[in-house]
Design a protein around this ligand. Structure first.
Ligand SMILES: [Zn+2]
Length: 432
């Protein structure tokens, strides 16, 4: 089975000295266009009360003189980025983050910073034989001897640059580099027919139920400990904008990101081993609903909702991306009632309850880990027509549902691929 995946490679530019001046002009031009669009949004916003989308904005600015400083696709991308930044800000405000600010103008003490410039299909040519990438300038910046920028690129030796879809010129603080987005077709084994349900939460970051009957838990301790630590340390800083606070935020973001990579990689590996073809993740609605506990309120300094949304989006994106490379599909399904329904007898009864993390069913006397029960119900959403399997005679006390495998995140153990913490199966289960 052939699957399309995109990869972004960072290339250094060997003839930096020759192209720097030209790339600078494009980077400054992108900042100027950003500011013009930013100002235009401000004006339309104050007159009409609504923030214009990128479509009308592009149409409006198309004839502006600065629009022709860049290739028209590059100019379009600047405006799209600004519109995305506005949407992101608006979403944060709607979620109750009062501290979020709208996108800023790109100016520092009268100087324009070097903005990233994106080149789409019309804007670049890749010569794989000579390892060159040719970038287009806008009409205004072309002069009689050169209307393009020829970059001599160097990538890691194991990287094959082919089927380039997009190139971004990025100023890394010291010099320009190119981020090259390639589309690869890879051969993946056809995935199996098994299915998985994933329930995301706080005390267990993820509970996994496989159609093979296996259950796994990923306790959220490591993530929670980090959140508390960083919230405390950032609170100690004199100013939230101090260098120390900034450094702590960056560190926290690295550690969150590493955790997400590790947990999704671990889950995908387990799925491949079990011939899983489809993964169901319970949607965000459920996370908010179920986590109104004291513990949840202690999470981070950005407010629970912000972190939940962040964690859910990041997890789902990474899982989808990693699963895709193995031919596995990830879908989100509604989490409604999945925590209240008994995954053994399929009944939702008022008398059923959750006690110390255990789901207790009054109807069939099943006792199981509450998160595993939720995950199993989420898995069944994949096929609504699938009959709930009744297991009246099964021995529930020793069933797999009652004893999920617990994968603990250990910072002390080094994952050989990245040198950071990794997941390891817990030897004995303290909590069912
Ligand atoms: Zn039951």
């Amino acid at each position: 089975m052939a699957i399309q995946v995109t990869r972004t490679y960072v290339a250094s530019i060997r003839n930096q000295q020759q192209v720097k001046g030209d790339l600078d002009s494009l980077g400054f031009a992108a900042s100027k266009l950003w500011n013009i669009a930013r100002w235009t949004i401000e004006r339309i916003w104050s007159e009409t009360g609504t923030i214009p989308e990128d479509g009308p904005l592009k149409a409006y600015l198309k004839n502006h003189e600065r629009y022709a400083d860049l290739n028209s696709q590059s100019s379009q991308r600047v405006i799209e980025e600004l519109a995305e930044a506005f949407r992101g800000w608006y979403a944060k405000r709607r979620n109750g983050d009062d501290r979020a600010n709208p996108p800023k103008y790109r100016k520092h003490n009268g100087d324009h910073p070097r903005s990233t410039v994106t080149f789409k299909e019309d804007g670049f040519k890749h010569d794989s034989h000579n390892n060159w990438i040719r970038l287009s300038k806008g009409r205004n910046l072309k002069n009689h001897w050169s209307d393009f920028i020829l970059c001599d690129i160097e990538t890691r030796p194991d990287v094959v640059v082919e089927n380039v879809r997009q190139v971004r010129a990025v100023w890394n603080g010291d010099e320009w580099e190119l981020h090259i987005v390639c589309k690869h077709e890879i051969e993946a084994e056809s995935p199996g027919d098994e299915t998985v349900g994933i329930d995301l939460g706080i005390s267990n970051f993820a509970a996994i139920a496989y159609s093979t009957g296996d259950h796994e838990l990923y306790p959220g301790n490591a993530l929670k400990t980090d959140e508390r630590y960083f919230a405390k340390e950032i609170a100690k800083c004199n100013s939230s904008r101090s260098n120390k606070a900034l450094r702590l935020r960056r560190k926290r973001s690295e550690r969150r990101s590493h955790y997400m990579h590790a947990v999704t990689r671990h889950i995908v590996t387990e799925c491949v081993e079990r011939d899983v073809g489809t993964v169901a993740v319970g949607d965000l609605e459920g996370i908010r609903e179920d986590d109104e506990t004291v513990e949840a309120q202690n999470w981070g300094d950005r407010g629970n909702e912000g972190l939940h949304r962040w964690a859910f989006d990041r997890f789902t994106n990474l899982l989808t991306y990693k699963a895709k490379a193995e031919g596995i599909t990830v879908v989100t399904v509604s989490e409604r009632d999945t925590s209240k329904t008994c995954s053994w007898c399929g009944q939702k009864r008022k008398a059923n309850r959750v006690e110390r993390g255990l789901y207790v069913c009054r109807g069939c006397d099943a006792v199981m880990n509450a998160d595993s029960n939720g995950a199993e119900n989420i898995r069944r959403r994949l096929d609504q027509a699938e009959k709930v399997t009744l297991n009246p005679s099964a021995d529930r006390s020793s069933g797999r549902v009652a004893r999920p495998v617990v994968n603990l995140f250990r910072r002390g153990e080094r994952d050989p691929s990245c040198g950071q913490g990794m997941f390891a199966e817990q030897a004995s289960i303290c909590k069912p």
